[in-house]
Ligand binder design. Structure first.
Ligand code: AVW
Length: 249
């Protein structure tokens, strides 16, 4: 009898025990009101569970996006490329802009690795393919799908922070260039304002030839501007709430 009870409780325990990954997902999700996090978790899981982690196409996340849609936040949407730390250092201190990582799906999955396995209903957090190991990998497909959905709702004045300390601030292979910019449409987006982050040893700025490509690739009717802004000015604006958002740079 005792053995049977142990087996039964072990099975029940095994079925109800949440993985650390699921707990992180749900606790991050619950910081957002208006969403049913259990539903979001189920929609998330169906994208990759029981699949080869290299065979998860971008579309596998369509039901997840439908379960937790992005809301347009006109004039406040911030995109970025190779400036993750400076952008989030700023957005976490001041409520001036919203990045993908400030939204429910972006914040829940930021910094996480996950994948499934054929024949298993588990979510693994180790042994998953790296970003460029295979085209349709579980994590990369999510970020492409989420970035596309976030760019689809962009409206009004859109801001993008690019990195003046690299050779090609607007890199055609980046998610910003290949997924987000092509989805900015003139009927929704008025201006694209680039903030070029300038550090002391910068090697490029707003005059960089790659920005000409950006100017040329945006939808006709969207106006373009670029401003060189020192990293210290961005940090200053982050730490001084008395500086109005629109006068940060
Ligand atoms: P990024 P994006 N290996 O700074 O324009 C592992 O290059 O592409 O900017 N992770 C990677 C790799 C890689 N080779 N490349 C990219 N990543 C991941 C979403 C990594 O997490 C927002 F809305 C890195 O921090 C931005 O506007 C992140 O992708 C836009 O896409 C960004 O790479 C930034 O994408």
């Amino acid at each position: 009898v005792i053995v049977v009870l142990i087996v039964i409780s072990a099975v029940v325990f095994g079925l109800t025990l949440k993985s650390a990954f699921e707990s992180t997902f749900l606790s991050r999700c619950e910081k957002f009101d208006q969403y049913d996090c259990k539903k979001v978790w189920d929609a998330f899981q169906q994208a990759y569970v029981n699949k080869d982690p290299c065979k998860v196409p971008v579309e596998a996340y369509d039901p997840l996006i439908a379960a937790a849609p992005f809301k347009p936040q006109c004039n406040r949407m911030m995109f970025w490329s190779k400036t993750k730390d400076v952008v989030h250092g700023f957005t976490e201190k001041r409520d001036c802009f919203v990045t993908l990582e400030d939204t429910l799906l972006g914040s829940v999955l930021d910094g996480l690795t996950w994948c499934g396995k054929e024949g298993s209903k588990d979510t693994n957090t180790t042994g998953c393919p790296g970003w460029s190991d295979c085209e349709n990998n579980t994590v990369r497909s999510f970020w492409i799908r989420a970035s596309a959905a976030f760019a689809d709702v962009a409206c009004g004045n859109v801001t993008a922070m690019l990195n003046g300390s690299i050779n090609t601030p607007f890199n055609p292979t980046s998610i910003f260039a290949s997924v987000e910019v092509p989805r900015f449409i003139a009927s929704r987006v008025k201006n694209l304002n680039v903030v070029m982050v300038i550090q002391k040893n910068n090697i490029s700025n707003c005059t960089d030839p790659s920005l000409k490509n950006l100017r040329q690739s945006i939808d006709t009717g969207i106006t373009f501007s670029c401003k060189d802004v020192s990293e210290s000015r961005i940090q200053e604006c982050g730490s001084k709430p008395q500086i109005a958002c629109r006068t940060c740079w």
